[in-house]
Each structure stands twice: as structure tokens, then as C-alpha cells.
Design a protein around this ligand. Structure first.
Ligand code: IPE
Ligand code: IPE
Ligand code: MG
Length: 254
């Protein structure tokens, strides 16, 4: 059964109704604030990461319910290696923990799992868990769940520049043939539409090296809750805010 936007937004106190046309196709989320959520409760940071995993489960369910085509979640940045070893180790175990419990549901929901990021440096057990999810969902045709894992936008752009330069050096590409499509095709996100909406919970108002190229025209939504407290209603509110934005892409309406 497909989700009815009209039903949700025709509550008395809401003037707006969302037309399916103004629902973002691709939502990217910076899952931030786990540590502060835990500190607020006198818990170790790892408890925050665990609660963040529960929030991810809720958010995937909600995004799927709302008919979102692509959900990209920032799980671990190339800069997060700078954290204490014990925290990094814990974070690297989360993909296998999450997928052990949630992969059957993702498969049942026809979700296709992919990853954006560098495999280099990831522990073998992390790669194994992610690869299993990728291969078991490879033929699924529903929502794409893109894990940004060991992801850094600048590293991604450097990778693209290197690959394109190699093609030029090998003579298979001319310099004047390089265009935006070719650059995009060498990013981890090749083949995906650019995110329409970026959501960052936790109160921080920055991109932290996330999808710098791909977010060129995204609408930005900063939410004042820590990621473990992020719920269906926050996703709904962000989509509602998105539907009210006037996206001009540099042009004007005549
Ligand atoms: C996000 O929460 C999780 C990762 C970056 C892996 P944080 O761990 O950054 O939590 P805060 O920002 O310190 O509260
Ligand atoms: C961004 O959050 C990375 C992830 C959520 C995975 P950070 O907590 O690492 O970002 P900064 O350090 O506050 O910019
Ligand atoms: Mg943080």
C-alpha cells in the first residue's frame, strides 16, 4: 500500500498538503550527535552509537514508507579515524551488528544496499558484512540505502581526478571531453541522482566533508535533536519543509 501524503498533511492545524511531486527523491542524512546524546545521560559514547543504530532503523522504515527513492546515511567519515581506537573499533562493528538484525527486513522491503566510500582501511569483518548486504540485495528494485562509510568528499574528488587523469594519460579520454557528467561518474555516487535534501541533526550547521559535489543544489535542513532522538516525525517535518522550498537552480520564473 503506498503512503498517502494527503492523509498525513490534511490534519486541521496544517494548511499544506504535499504533492508526491514535491517529495525529495534522494535524502542524505548526517547521523550526528550520538556522543552528546550519551553524555547527556551519563552514558559512554558507545551507548549513543548504539541508540543511533536504532534511530537508523526507524528512519529507514519511515523513508521507505514515504516512498523515498534513495537514502544516503553518513555512518563514518574519513576524518573519524582520528577518534580513540576503542570508539573506532566499536563503530566498525556496527555495520555487521545492524545488518545481522536488519538485513532480513531490508530484503523483505526490497531495499537495495550500496556503499559510498573507500574500502581501504576498513576491517575485513566490516567489509564482509557490507558486501553480504550488497550482494543479497543487488537485484532489489525498491529504495536504495546508501551507506557512506569511510567516506570523505575531498578524498572522493581526488580519486575521481586521478582516474580521469589516468584515462587522459592512456589516451582514452581527451582533456576537452571532461565534463560534469564524467566527473560525477567517477564519484562513489556514480549513477545516483544528487540528493535533493540534506538533513543534519545535532545542531551543527556544517557539511563535515559530506557530498560536497553532490549537494550543489540540495536543500539543507538542520534539526535541533541528537541523531538517537531522530524520529519519523522529524523526517516528515523535513520533507514538509522541503516541499515548501522554491528551488530555482539559478534561473528565474517568467
Ligand atoms: C555521530 O555522532 C556518529 C559518528 C560520527 C560516527 P558523534 O559521535 O559525532 O556524536 P557527537 O557529535 O560527538 O555528539
Ligand atoms: C560527521 O560527523 C560524520 C558522521 C556523522 C559520520 P562528525 O561528528 O564527525 O563531524 P564534526 O567533527 O562535528 O564536523
Ligand atoms: Mg559529531
Amino acid at each position: 500500500m503506498s503512503f498517502s501524503w494527503k492523509k498525513v498533511f490534511s490534519k486541521k492545524n496544517k494548511q499544506t498538503e504535499i504533492s508526491p511531486d514535491s517529495v525529495p527523491k534522494h535524502i542524505a542524512i548526517i547521523m550526528d550527535g550520538n556522543g552528546r546524546w550519551a553524555a547527556q545521560r551519563g552514558l559512554p559514547r558507545t551507548a549513543g552509537h548504539h541508540a543511533g543504530m536504532v534511530a537508523l532503523r526507524r528512519t529507514i522504515r519511515a523513508a521507505d514508507e514515504f516512498g523515498i527513492k534513495v537514502l544516503t546515511v553518513y555512518a563514518f567519515s574519513t576524518e573519524n579515524w582520528k577518534r580513540p581506537v576503542a570508539e573506532v573499533d566499536f563503530l566498525m562493528r556496527l555495520p555487521s551488528e545492524f545488518l545481522r538484525t536488519d538485513l532480513p527486513e531490508l530484503i523483505a522491503k526490497n531495499v537495495k544496499v550500496i556503499m559510498s566510500g573507500s574500502r581501504t582501511g576498513l576491517p575485513r569483518h566490516t567489509i564482509k558484512a557490507v558486501d553480504e548486504a550488497i550482494s543479497k540485495t543487488a537485484n532489489n528494485t525498491g529504495m536504495i540505502l546508501n551507506f557512506a562509510l569511510n567516506y570523505g568528499s575531498r578524498a572522493e574528488i581526488v580519486k575521481a581526478v586521478r582516474e580521469i587523469s589516468q584515462a587522459v594519460a592512456a589516451g582514452s579520454l581527451q582533456v576537452n571531453e571532461i565534463n560534469e557528467k564524467i566527473v560525477a561518474d567517477h564519484l562513489y555516487t556514480a549513477g545516483l541522482p544528487d540528493p535533493d535534501l540534506l538533513i543534519r541533526p545535532s545542531g551543527e550547521i556544517r557539511l563535515s566533508n559530506f557530498l560536497l559535489w553532490q549537494l550543489a543544489y540540495a536543500e539543507l535542513c538542520f534539526v535541533e535533536v541528537y541523531w538517537p532522538d531522530f524520529k519519523r516525525e522529524h523526517l516528515l517535518a523535513a520533507i514538509e519543509a522541503f516541499s515548501q522550498r522554491d528551488r530555482r537552480f539559478g534561473t528565474i520564473k517568467l
